[in-house]
Ligand binder design. Structure first.
Ligand code: NDP
Length: 480
């Protein structure tokens, strides 16, 4: 029945373990995973999911619904790429739903089955021992029996002079039209790329910008025929084939013009902004050198499963998918990864009786990793009362709805509200209810975060910030 025995060569633990090879792929020697040693470990998580896009949330949903304690670590951009999209029209069975709303439903569905959502980023994974040691950004050490890597992919940036300098929504280069299009009213902008994302970015800009030129490097667009047809219905969208940006120029604060090469002839053209849609690169650096991946960094999975080359570690969604990269496919991957994880847990003998015995050793999201909802300020009077009467510093999150970036920041703020509970109060306020106060407090975009002490602003931030940056902004403000 069994084929030959191989000794794997990644890491101390891995090299010591035996794998028996069957007809297709390898099969783990489950006996090597000693569950009796688990009682000495703390912060145990049977199914640890890294990433909170459709793949991560679907994995947690299936893990939890199968009866295994599943915890999602949301990562620096909770919800992933769908948080920056408008309507998702191709989720089977769902005619039309906003990306952030789809993520919200998925998250709530996973939570209903007991999945726990933690607004933290994982900074390290050590596979040299089992249970695998996973470290959060705030240095909490976790012991994972299985890991689902669902860290997604990030937008590829242009590699030309000036691109790095102006790579920020307020300097002119963006990768998210739905977030930043309103800042380009009556402006001339470029969208770089020829895929569906580029077409979508152009259409999201169309209601705002005066002129949008799609710069396509080849002779044809890669976008689907339906998207290309839809583009033709917009009078302010133009497509320039055989074109590429070779330099971006401007002053200290903003880009002003772009050198464009069209069939070898370079011209300098004035421009207010550039939106990039030139593909995505996998976020796989956490396990680089530990888990097998291809040259481009996509994690390799075995056959029709989501198994990586490391037993008990699975990959799902865009981090392992260089071809399809669809939200629905990612969710399907997440489901398969959870089923693979559940099979692994059962095979190593992790059952209900053992889970009950170990419950006291399980990770809980208390102690700085929980979430506290922000108190809503209903009107201007409540806003003024909160900032003037509080003894403690307060943070006010100025948001509006719908606003994907506001949704994206909310879990981060809720997690900080938990962490800073004894030092700062957290509120949220709808931008529309500020009345004329936006001028007084210079609120020009949403979300904007204002930190007040005794009625005075002591710090401010805006748009998407990582948990780390937001925490450091707050720490500095509270110390000062
Ligand atoms: P794609 O990989 O499909 O397209 C990337 C585009 O960027 C290509 O046209 C490519 O050119 C171009 N490109 C790459 N590098 C450069 C560069 N350095 N300079 C200039 N141009 C460059 O990525 P997308 O993000 O568009 O789409 C990813 C997947 O998501 C696809 O499967 C797509 O169908 C799907 N999607 C679906 C949507 C929908 O259905 N509503 C919306 C958005 C995405 P070239 O063609 O010459 O290689």
């Amino acid at each position: 029945m069994w084929g030959f025995v191989v000794i794997a060569a990644v890491g101390g633990f891995y090299s010591a373990r035996f794998f028996t090879k069957k007809e297709h792929g390898h099969k783990e020697n489950y006996a090597a995973f000693k569950t009796d040693a688990l009682s000495n470990k703390e912060n145990i998580i049977p199914v640890l999911v890294v990433g909170s896009g459709p793949s991560g949330l679907a994995a947690a949903l299936y893990g939890a619904r199968s009866g295994f304690y599943s915890v999602i670590f949301e990562g620096p951009k909770p919800g992933g790429q769908l948080m920056g999209t408008s309507y998702v029209e191709n989720w089977p069975g769902l005619p039309k739903k906003l990306g952030p709303d789809l993520i919200k439903s998925l998250r709530e569905q996973a939570q209903e089955f007991g999945a726990v959502d933690v607004a933290q980023t994982i900074k390290a994974i050590d596979i040299s021992q089992w249970p695998y040691v996973v470290t959060t950004e705030n240095d909490v050490k976790l012991h994972a029996l299985t890991i689902v890597l669902a860290t997604g992919a990030a937008a590829v940036l242009l590699d030309v002079p000036g691109a790095e300098k102006y790579m920020s929504w307020d300097k002119g280069i963006s990768t998210c039209a739905i977030c930043d299009a309103p800042f380009y009213k009556e402006k001339d902008v470029f969208v770089v790329g020829g895929g569906d994302s580029a077409a979508e970015e152009a259409m999201q800009l169309a209601p705002y910008a005066k002129k949008i030129t799609l710069l396509v490097r080849g002779e044809t667009m890669r976008a689907s025929a339906v998207m290309q047809e839809r583009l033709k219905t917009y009078k302010n969208i133009f497509v320039q084939y055989n074109s590429k940006i070779v330099a971006i120029k401007g002053d200290e604060n903003r880009m002003k013009e772009v050198d464009i090469d069209v069939k070898g002839v370079v011209a300098t053209v004035a421009s207010d902004g550039i939106f990039l849609a030139i593909g995505h690169a996998p976020n796989s650096s956490l396990v680089k050198g530990q888990v097998a991946m291809n040259k481009a960094g996509f994690i390799e999975v075995e056959g029709r499963s989501q198994k990586t080359n490391i037993p008990g570690i699975f990959a799902a969604g865009d981090v392992s998918d260089f071809k399809y990269r669809q939200a629905g496919v990612a969710a399907g991957d997440g489901i398969k990864a959870a089923l693979d994880a559940v099979e692994f847990l059962r095979m190593i003998g992790f059952n209900d009786t053992l889970a009950e015995k170990l419950e006291a050793n399980f990770f809980t999201s208390e102690g700085g990793l929980g979430r506290t909802p922000l108190t809503a300020l209903a009107n201007k009077a409540e806003f003024l009362k909160a900032i003037e009467s509080s003894e403690m510093p307060i943070l006010v999150d100025i948001y509006t709805s719908p606003c994907p970036t506001c949704e994206q920041m909310l879990p981060i703020l809720e997690s900080l509200a938990s962490e800073f509970a004894d030092r700062c109060k957290f509120y949220k306020m709808d931008f529309k209810k500020l009345e004329e106060l936006e001028e007084k407090y210079s609120v020009a975009t949403v979300p904007t975060f204002l930190v007040f002490k005794k009625g005075q602003i002591i710090a401010r931030g805006s748009k998407v910030m990582s948990l780390k940056d937001m925490r450091s902004l707050l720490e500095k403000a509270l110390q000062g």
